[in-house]
Ligand binder design. Structure first.
Ligand code: PLP
Length: 375
């Protein structure tokens, strides 16, 4: 059966029609943004318009936006381009986690929130330049971190603060200056833009060692002929996200309804991060005794798309490092799925998810019951 209910918007969300139109037009245009002639100048203008829209989404200055091949590259650029000891929260995306193999991991509490006292203690003991990476919202649980407080602490110790805002952008109002971050990562395909384009945004005056060297593109901060259609699409998606972000929070009522019904169907279900501030669209649900993979497959067979753990690492059988960091044991960390809604998710979509998921929970209970009676 074809997938007809898509609840995996944190993995990627559909390209907006106006994005596809703008990209298609950009693809038809000839010109290299580095060329001085009219063809080149027109393309450069399209890239710069996109840069303004992306900067406006987070209230940053366009000159400080570096376009990259996505969130992964931006995270790598941030952590490998700044010098110093790297500290990352234990719930970061793999692209932060693996960017610097010697990074120190900062623990989170049972709700998935970074322990700021540990951050302060660690920085106090580090007598060297440091870079701290704290995401704004987690891709698996949606849990929101206290980034501005983390930035204040980092700055007390002259450390840099990098914030991966890939999942937060478009879902929450993100104010770069208010966050106090020195660097911030965005990705187009989480906000209705294309896959394979993102940005690293820097605060005024910050210079990094470029990860990709060659030509003088992106003010010598990221070499390579620009992915013009991708950047144009990103710009249109960013403009749309700026317009719609205030209304996005309404999706929380559908998500909360989904969680209420999940708990009714299986009172032992675990909703990770439910006690703290989360993205309005995300639910990370543990069903003890049923692996995330099995849940995903069962839902998929019924036409409902969700993911087990983070999409970027799906296919890997390892338990979620995010849930492990929150204190879940291995079995529990293997038994969770992520359901992520969009602004246009309907009550019927949620009904279908709940119907299939509840049936799965019921069958689990019958299996347990049978096992008990055999024993
Ligand atoms: N950071 C977070 C929090 C993510 O969720 C993702 C993708 O899922 C990334 C970074 C990577 O972004 P991209 O897919 O653009 O490389």
């Amino acid at each position: 059966m074809a997938v007809d209910v898509y609840l995996d918007h944190n993995a990627t969300t559909p390209v907006l029609p106006e994005v596809a139109d703008a990209m298609s037009e950009a693809l038809r245009r000839t010109g290299n943004a580095s060329s001085v002639h009219r063809f080149g100048r027109l393309v450069r203008r399209a890239v710069d318009d996109a840069r303004e829209n992306v900067a406006a989404l987070i209230g940053a200055s366009p000159a400080n936006v570096i376009f990259t091949s996505g969130g992964t590259e931006a995270n790598n650029q941030a952590l490998r381009g700044a010098s110093g000891t790297v500290f990352v929260s234990a719930v970061e995306h793999d692209s932060v986690f693996s960017a610097e193999p010697d990074a120190h991991t900062l623990p989170v509490d049972a709700d998935g929130v970074l322990d700021l006292d540990v951050l302060r203690r660690e920085l106090a003991q580090t007598n060297a330049p440091a870079v701290v990476s704290v995401m704004l919202a987690n891709n698996e649980t949606g849990v929101i971190q206290h980034v501005s407080e983390a930035a204040e602490i980092a700055h007390e110790f002259d450390a840099l603060l990098h914030c991966d805002a890939v999942q937060a952008a478009g879902k929450l109002a993100v104010d770069f200056a208010a966050l106090g971050a020195d660097m911030l990562t965005l990705s187009a395909h989480k906000i209705g833009g294309p896959q394979g384009v993102g940005a690293l945004v820097l605060r005024d005056g910050l210079n990094l060692e470029p990860l990709i060297r060659g030509g003088g593109q992106e003010r010598r901060r990221r070499a390579g002929t620009e992915n013009v259609p991708g950047i144009v699409g990103f710009g249109v998606a960013a403009a749309s996200a700026s317009e719609n972000v205030a209304a996005y929070g309404a999706v929380a009522s559908l998500r909360d309804d989904l969680e209420r019904r999940v708990r009714n169907a299986a009172p032992d279900a675990i909703i990770y991060g439910a006690a703290v501030a989360r993205l309005p669209n995300t639910s990370c649900i543990g069903l003890p005794g049923v692996t995330g993979e099995l849940q995903v497959m069962t839902l998929d067979l019924a036409g409902v798309a969700v993911s087990a753990g983070s999409a970027c690492s799906s296919g890997k059988v390892a338990p979620s490092h995010v849930l492990r960091a929150m204190g879940a044991d291995e079995d529990a960390a293997r038994s969770a799925i992520r359901v992520s809604l969009a602004a246009d998710t309907t009550p019927e979509d949620v009904d279908r998810f709940v119907e299939v998921w509840s049936d799965m929970a019921r069958r689990r209970d019958i299996r347990h019951e049978n096992r008990r009676s055999v024993a």
